[in-house]
Design a protein around this ligand. Sequence first.
Ligand code: ZN
Ligand code: ZN
Length: 368
Amino acid sequence: MTPAREKRLAALRRALARRGFDGLLVAGYANRRYLSGFRARDMGLGESAGLLFIPRRGGPFLLTDSRYELAAGEEAPDFEVLIYRSGLLKILRPLLRDLGVRRFAFESAWLSHAAALRLIEGCAAEGVRAEAASGLVERLRRVKDESELAAIRRSVRLNEEVFAAFMERFEPGMTERAAARMIENLMIGMGAECPSFPTIVAAGENGAKPHAEPSERRIERGEPVVIDMGLVLGGYCSDMTRTVVLGRVNPEMREHIRLVRRAQKAAIAAVCAGVEACAVDRAARRIIRDAGHGDHFGHATGHGVGLDVHEAPSLNSRSHLRLRRNMVVTVEPGVYIPGRAGVRLENMVVVTEKGCEVLNRDTTFLDL
Ligand code: ZN
Ligand code: ZN
């Protein structure tokens, strides 16, 4: 077993022991991959590509069906692969009995309600308590190890290269959808596994919607365009937003870009191990509010990124979670003027003991 994986399993087992659980049934794609290396993605509608059972002692086990038998053996060599042919309970119950499990947790967030009920009732019939729990593995995933940081750096770097390649091809008259499609085609062509979320290209007034969907609207010279893009490489996500203008930037826009840049710098300066997540959010929000745009910045300042593009911790105004070394978060303040335009700037940073390290080589609008 790799040292990194051994550490993750040991940390999870300590968390289980603290809560009095004899094991954890892991159902979510990213958690499964994090602990075992198994890469299969779920098919949706509650159809899981497989589950892990991590007992406090013994195992660990990967439970899947015959479609994934080969991949499971290759990708999760440290796990004993158990193939279920007629339902999970048929192999889970004897396993729990052999391990002497009396009480275990399962990831309710990743199972359908019906599947969870079947599990609880099926185990109760054997005198075993299955209890819904979530966040046990997500909490471990907040702090990245060296192999994860390396993967995230590669993902960020490729995302920037894709952005640079796109900007060489970006022309007035292109529609938002065509631009978004071009970005995603470049991602795949340049070696990404897939986009980490649907690419946002939002021009002019569409940029005022933080989650705009690319439309058939044509992009004109001189208007601000919000481009929010990310990709998956080696399983790890990147997430970056640039606001660009083809041609000259008008004075109003210049003010907004400068303001968001100042807010982003203040937030990045606030990031440090030991600092509360809400303090980072406050640093960005104060600057935007003092400029009279408090109502124009509605979302959180940032979020964690890793195997999922949005994961813990959230940098929002209510979170008192203290940042820790090697957490990876985005810093992405924005100003959105309804009916007119929006500006958002997003970089990713790694939390350090003394502050943070910005992962992006951000060169847009340095001259403004
Ligand atoms: Zn983003
Ligand atoms: Zn983001």
